[in-house]
Design a binder for this molecule. Structure first.
Ligand code: ZN
Length: 310
């Protein structure tokens, strides 16, 4: 028998956020799937919408909670990276605060009502409107790390990046970091980008979520995801920024392996006459994501480099 499917809205920080709940016919874990923490990451939102329709027709044990778009005001406003009301990146605000601005309160309510109490949390992302990326998962050090790593493997993307707390962590205040601190296994899964609903990226996320169902023992059929290769594990990432504003012209693509000292691109003047800055790789690694827009501000984010070994 397929699960009981209910669709309603959940009040989070005073916003009506769409929620889909699947109640399986047998006992099992509670899996929470979130997308749209960034409101313009359409491939991951599309994938979660598609996946939950399919999951609703399968035999399931346990319960699934799905929020296809958490940051709904960013979605409505087509606001990349931030909650438009306060300009904060929601994925730097977890576990949130009840007395802060909208992003803090949304993170607080989402943590309390969705992440807390879950046996596993998947937060599906992709590159934002002006970001191209190579598919990877991200998991955090902490008491639930072994299970989080298993979730990353089950999701089946080519790279899995581990993050440790402290200044080395590129992403603090994320869903997965806050979950890790609370002992809840969680991953951030990244595939797709540039404001596109690319079918290949959507399929990677759908297969990833099916891999998670299988890992958690929530479905008997494997939906064709058994036997995928393990990801390559990365131990840290470096985010490179421009020192000057100008025209960004990368010479590498997401997924490229680069050597320490290799040129990764340039910042030039808008008139095209001069190169202001050449960006070089500070270490050997793989390009996880890069800013696809040529327009960069001073101290603007250019790319993320994933590195194996510490
Ligand atoms: Zn994102």
């Amino acid at each position: 028998m397929p699960p009981t499917v209910s669709r309603r809205t959940l009040a989070l920080a005073g916003l009506a956020v769409p929620l889909i709940e699947l109640a399986g016919t047998g006992d099992g874990p509670l899996l929470t799937v979130i997308a749209g923490v960034h409101g313009c990451e359409y491939a991951s939102i599309a994938a979660v919408r598609r996946w939950v329709r399919g999951a609703g027709r399968r035999e399931l044990r346990g319960r699934v909670r799905v929020v296809p778009v958490l940051n709904i005001t960013a979605f409505a406003a087509r606001s990349p990276f931030v909650v438009p009301e306060d300009g904060k990146n929601l994925n730097r605000c977890f576990p949130g605060r009840p007395d802060g601005t909208l992003a803090d309160r949304l993170a607080y309510d989402a943590f309390r009502l969705l992440i807390a109490g879950s046996d596993a949390v998947i937060d599906a992302h992709c590159g934002d409107l002006v970001e191209a990326l190579y598919p990877f998962t991200l998991y955090d050090a902490g008491p639930a790390e072994d299970r989080a790593r298993e979730l990353a493997v089950a999701y089946g993307l080519p790279y899995a990046l581990r993050q440790e707390p402290g200044p080395q962590r590129a992403v603090a205040g994320s869903t997965s970091a806050a979950a890790a601190e609370a002992g809840i296994p969680a991953i951030i899964a990244e595939a797709g980008g540039c404001g596109l609903v690319e079918e290949a990226a959507v399929r990677l996320h759908v297969a990833g979520l099916n891999g998670v169902l299988r890992l958690l023992g929530m479905a008997d059929d494997d939906a064709g995801v058994a036997g995928r290769p393990d990801p390559e594990f990365l131990d840290r990432s470096l985010w490179l920024r421009s020192s000057l504003e100008g025209w960004w012209e990368p010479s590498v693509r997401p997924g490229d392996r680069v050597a320490a000292g290799q040129s990764l691109g340039t910042i030039g003047t808008l008139d095209g006459a001069e190169t202001l800055e050449t960006i070089t790789a500070p270490a050997t690694g793989v390009i996880m994501f890069l800013t696809s827009s040529p327009a960069v501000a001073s101290d603007g984010l250019l790319l993320g480099l994933g590195i194996a070994g510490s």
